[in-house]
Ligand binder design. Structure first.
Ligand code: 5GP
Ligand code: ZN
Length: 116
């Protein structure tokens, strides 16, 4: 998926503030942070979102929560609290169609993820 924005970040074709990288996963600062700490965690292998998991992506994403917890410690939000979420599709407001997880923290995030 050469035109995918996050694939371009994986390939270092566009810059990002990378905070974690291994063979399968990449994490970088969100360009428009919605909290004092707002990181994006992605599998390096492309898939559009949670509806499109492949065995390769599933294997990588299985390790993603532990990377998120490590980053939460590094960014000093492990104790205060944080949220790890993935938006999938139109109603969730997904705007980048490469599976990603938002790690948010550094302030009280509110108890509601949606409103009736
Ligand atoms: P979504 O709305 O798809 O769940 O989240 C996409 C996220 O990607 C948004 O929070 C947005 O700010 C972030 N984003 C979009 N373009 C870029 C970019 O070029 N670089 C970085 N670091 N983040 C981006
Ligand atoms: Zn991609």
């Amino acid at each position: 998926m050469s035109e995918c924005l996050f694939c371009k970040i994986v390939r270092k074709e566009i810059p990002a503030s990378v905070v974690y990288e291994d063979d399968e996963l990449l994490a970088f600062k969100d360009i428009a942070p919605q909290a004092p700490v707002h990181l994006i965690l992605i599998p390096k292998a492309h898939c559009e979102g949670l509806n499109d998991l492949t065995p390769e992506v599933e294997k990588a994403v299985a390790r993603l929560p532990s990377v998120a917890a490590k980053l939460a410690k590094e960014f000093a939000i492990a104790t205060s609290g944080y949220r790890l979420i993935s938006n999938c599709g139109a109603d969730a407001g997904q705007t980048v169609f490469h599976l990603h997880f938002h790690l948010l923290g550094g302030k009280a995030l509110g108890g509601k993820l949606c409103q009736l």
